[in-house]
Design a protein. Structure first.
Length: 308
DNA sequence: AAAAGTCTCAACCGCTGAATC
DNA sequence: AGATTCAGCGGTTGAGACTTT
């Protein structure tokens, strides 16, 4: 007997989230913090299942999310990690703290897959290139390299976590002393909430100015929205004040860690100002042999005009 | 100008393992 | 110990945007 679907209930709303729903959810999480998702629909009156609320938060509303254009560096990192980890998007996303697994998965499926395919077909013609020479690496050699790489990564992760643990413990105690202390929001939150801020601003304007800056809850596309007949994108970029007042943000507090903000979020938090840590250096380091990865890497570097 | 085709990505589905009762 | 519930994950879908014909 499998687990019954959580959304079988009659009256559960599906489909894109409205700005109003987003605000309700964000306000609730502001007060109670993420977690205990089962209680969210009941306590907020949202006609959504708990799962939908959680996904909406983790994939879209959660602070610290960067949206839109992936940088070349991010692309490379994703390609490397995908080669190393496979389609374990959550694991890959943990190396890109500002991206969600859903985002990375989508980007892989819509962009990177194609690019790599293109590259592969392009590289097939060059049978005598360096690429083929890499293929001569024996399986045993490749496995040994991979094991060494993984070992190195594990060691670094342990070291990083031992430092992180101390930080998060102190932050947690801060946060828990004030139920959910949003006033300790780090600077990373302020920037990340631009999306939500725009959303809220759009919603506010909509309520007073019908048709103005239709804030699409499902996608913050106001940034790229056409200005024909509609307010310009600039019109949709609010000042941070509304959000700060909503969240009680103190923009001057930059010391708090994201850990306290995210509460129970399990995603490993890399140093806020060092998104590209040791792992990225390791992954992107051209001089380190990564077995098949270096093959790919070479191909990427050799054919930038194809990929980028 | 409009119909058809393609692309993008938010959201959903269903499975799994862990936690709880 | 077994049943149930929950959170998290990867795969898939479908609506809307965009491009091509």
């Amino acid at each position: 007997m499998g687990r019954p679907p959580c959304c079988d209930k009659v009256g559960v709303k599906k489909g894109p989230w409205t700005p109003e729903e987003d605000i309700i959810l964000v306000s609730y999480i502001q007060e109670h913090g993420p977690g205990n998702w089962r209680a969210v629909p009941t306590n907020t009156g949202l006609m959504r299942c708990s799962k939908s609320c959680r996904l909406r938060w983790t994939n879209y509303l959660r602070p610290g999310i960067k949206r839109g254009n992936f940088t070349d560096q991010e692309e490379k990192l994703i390609i490397h990690l995908q080669a190393l980890l496979g389609n374990r998007w959550a694991a890959i996303a943990s190396y890109l703290p500002e991206r969600t697994d859903n985002d990375i998965k989508n980007y892989w499926n819509t962009h990177l897959k194609k690019k790599l395919k293109k590259l592969e077909t392009g590289a097939e013609g060059q049978t005598s290139s360096g690429v083929s020479s890499h293929k001569s690496i024996s399986k045993g050699q490749w496995e040994r390299r991979l094991q060494t790489d993984i070992k190195t990564a594990k060691q670094a992760l342990c070291e990083a976590l031992s430092v992180e643990k101390l930080n998060s413990l102190s932050n947690y105690s801060k946060a828990s002393s004030n139920c959910y202390n949003w006033s300790t929001t780090p600077s990373t939150y302020a920037s990340s909430t631009e999306n939500i801020s725009r959303l809220l601003e759009g919603w506010t304007r909509n309520s007073t100015r019908p048709g103005a800056c239709q804030a699409n809850s499902g996608s913050i596309k106001t940034e790229t929205a056409s200005s024909q007949g509609t307010p310009s994108a600039a019109d949709c970029i609010p000042s941070p004040e509304p959000l700060e007042s909503l969240f009680g943000l103190n923009s001057s507090s930059t010391e708090a860690s994201e850990t306290s903000l995210l509460g129970e979020e399990s995603k490993p938090v890399l140093e806020a100002h060092e998104p590209f840590s040791f792992f990225e250096s390791w992954l992107l380091d051209e001089s380190v042999g990564h077995g098949q990865l270096s093959l790919l890497d070479m191909a990427l570097d050799d054919a930038p005009e194809i990929l980028f």
